[in-house]
Design a binder for this molecule. Structure first.
Ligand code: CA
Length: 229
């Protein structure tokens, strides 16, 4: 299990607190992102797919609790609340809204990063970089693959196909092998199904790293993944 290198989103309107938290997260090898309003925070959850969200309850545009509900509607994102008052803790606990943890201000950055690690560990987050220098990260729990640190928006079979290729970089797979490894529904078992998915995957990868041909075609046989940092 590897919890370093995870993307952690901080939604907090006070820059001095944000600075401290970001610094502490970087020190622990997390990849922090900061948004200062609920609206920007929700947008960041949607496109960045953070491993965990640290959410201030007192935000300028909307209540952290409303933000929390919107975040949960997007998927099972773990959340640690930051609260300024003990009364808010009662509210979080009283509402039973299912936050993963909370930290009361003022807090020590060390305490917060310890909570972040504990929550990730508890959830068994396993974003493992594949080969040491791979630009890909596969998060099997979230069914998410990032490329150069950017989350790919993949269909179910694109995800499964790319995961197969990533796990054995350089190995050449035939279309039949890829169908066996990535597909389960018999009605999808056509060689051209693989080709179609490879094509859309390539477009998504090229959008992030233009000019790179990551998935290589082996004429008359199949495909392999060429990983370069
Ligand atoms: Ca605040």
């Amino acid at each position: 299990m590897r919890i370093a290198n995870q993307k952690i989103l901080l939604i907090e309107d006070e820059p001095s607190i944000a600075d401290t938290v970001i610094y502490a997260l970087r020190t622990e090898n997390f990849r922090p992102l900061w948004r200062a309003t609920g609206r920007d925070g929700i947008a960041a959850v949607r496109c960045e797919h953070p491993a965990l969200v640290i959410l201030d309850i007192g935000l300028p545009d909307q209540s952290g609790i409303d933000v929390y509900r919107e975040i949960q509607a997007l998927g099972p994102f773990p959340v640690i609340f930051l609260t300024a008052r003990a009364a808010e803790v009662d509210r979080i606990v009283g509402l039973e809204i299912g936050a993963d943890d909370y930290v009361t201000k003022p807090f020590s950055p060390r305490e917060l990063t310890a909570r972040v690690k504990a929550v990730l560990r508890r959830l068994g987050v396993q974003s493992t970089p594949i080969a040491g220098d791979s630009p890909f990260l596969v998060d099997s729990q979230r069914l998410l693959i990032t490329y150069d640190g950017k989350a790919l928006t993949l269909s179910r079979y694109e995800y499964r196909l790319l995961k197969v290729l990533i796990e054995r970089p350089g190995r050449v797979f035939s279309r039949a092998q890829l169908l066996d490894l990535a597909w389960d529904a018999p009605e999808h078992r056509l060689d051209r199904t693989v080709d179609t998915h490879i094509k859309t995957l390539r477009a998504k990868l090229t959008a992030i790293r233009p000019g790179a041909s990551v998935i290589k075609t082996h004429r008359g046989f199949g495909y392999s993944l060429q990983v370069t940092k």
